[in-house]
Design a protein around this ligand. Structure first.
Ligand code: UD1
Length: 346
């Protein structure tokens, strides 16, 4: 079976490509490398020992995409290409709408043209906005608080309309919670060359000494320790969730939460990371970050029931793997030599 992965060089993409190759799928990657590096794909090839096709293409370029479908017998598509930073989406909404919506429209047109109607789409827990309670099930009302979240919500609706127009489509909407960690090899992970916005990569850079302190955004929330609760899911679990979704595709449109079902606080994560790395992780409590919700974690029963998928890695493994990646690649994929460190507790 030949799978097209859009955004396959990105953080979630390269982990997904690796799992697909290891499971015996043939893979074709398209990525415009706007927020990713080809090195990630070279390392996937190194880790799997399996070749795959790569095209440096923007998914909005329908003609280029059409050529890829002409050249390969694509059976299904995992669509991960898109812009994903919540803050940036507030500053550049038009770029976000253009990128995320037009890429999906072009992709679906080309798929339709080639009679390929199996699609796994990368959605987000951001479609739940501020949930009225936790854990969150797929039946919760959707409401985005950022243009990023809105692009995911609108694309979900577009895909529903597509199915309504043609009931030959098989579509999964994967609502990710907080993807973190790295492949246990330490060779691929979230590229952290710039100062990160997300918690885990930020903590990792503090542990490494590249940043002085973690800023904990608010300790006055209505949660056990006052800091926000999130559902941190290991990127390898998430990648395997894509394979489960692919195998579980059936006629219609189904949404699945991909999370662990556990809510950890910011202070829990800091403590777990300090333990996993053996490094101090100093922090200051600062003001709340705008638009943060107090608690956001999944009820992931539907994926377990329908896709036979469940997250296997816990917070300790997440931190160990994130640390191995960060330590071995202090400047992300720009790092030229890789001193492979064996962690004492690994
Ligand atoms: C959001 C999205 C998630 C997406 C992620 C990365 C929602 C519901 N979730 O997660 O789908 O994968 O962005 O784009 O929209 N924090 C600090 N200090 C820091 C950084 C973060 O205290 O330096 C805290 C935040 O206040 C939050 C938690 O850590 O409580 C996690 O933040 P972050 O990693 O940025 O992800 P989310 O905003 O939860």
């Amino acid at each position: 079976m030949q799978i097209l992965v859009t955004g396959g060089a990105g953080y979630i993409g390269c982990h997904t490509v690796l799992e697909l190759l290891n499971a015996g799928f043939e893979v074709v990657v398209v990525d415009n490398l706007s927020n990713s590096k080809e090195t990630a794909l070279q390392r996937v090839a190194q880790l799997t020992g399996k070749p795959f096709a790569f095209y440096k293409i923007d998914v909005r370029d329908g003609a280029a995409l059409n050529m890829v479908f002409d050249e390969h017998e694509i059976d299904a598509v995992i669509h991960l290409a898109g812009l994903k930073a919540i803050d940036a989406s507030l500053e550049m909404p038009l770029e976000y709408y253009d990128n995320n919506l037009n890429s999906t429209l072009r992709l679906c047109e080309v798929m339709q043209h080639h009679n390929v109607k199996k699609l796994v789409f990368s959605s987000s827990a951001a479609v739940y906005g501020t949930p009225s309670m936790v854990p969150i099930t797929e039946a919760f009302p959707r409401a985005a608080t950022s243009p990023y979240g809105m692009t995911k919500l609108v694309i979900e609706d577009i895909l529903q309309d597509l199915y309504r127009s043609d009931d030959g489509w098989e579509i999964s909407l994967l609502r990710y919670f907080n993807p973190v960690g790295a492949h246990p090899s330490g060779l691929i992970g979230e590229d952290s060359n710039e100062t990160p916005n997300s918690l885990l990569p930020y903590i990792a850079q503090v542990a490494l000494g590249k940043l002085p302190k973690v800023r904990v955004f608010g300790a006055d929330y209505d949660t056990p320790d006052g800091t926000c609760l999130r559902d941190y899911i290991h990127v390898v679990d998430l990648a395997q969730g894509h394979l489960a979704a692919l195998r579980g595709l059936r006629l219609g449109v189904e949404a699945y939460n991909l999370g662990t079902g556990n809510g950890y606080s910011v202070l829990d994560v800091i403590a777990a990371f300090a333990k996993a790395s053996g490094q101090p992780v100093p922090y200051d409590i600062v003001a709340r970050r705008p638009a943060d919700v107090a608690a956001c974690y999944a009820n992931a029963d539907k994926a377990k029931r329908d896709l036979k998928w469940t997250a296997r890695y816990g917070l300790a493994e997440i931190c160990e793997d994130a640390w191995r990646w960060q330590y071995n690649n202090p400047n992300g994929y720009e790092t030229h030599t890789i001193p492979v460190k064996k962690l004492e507790n690994a």
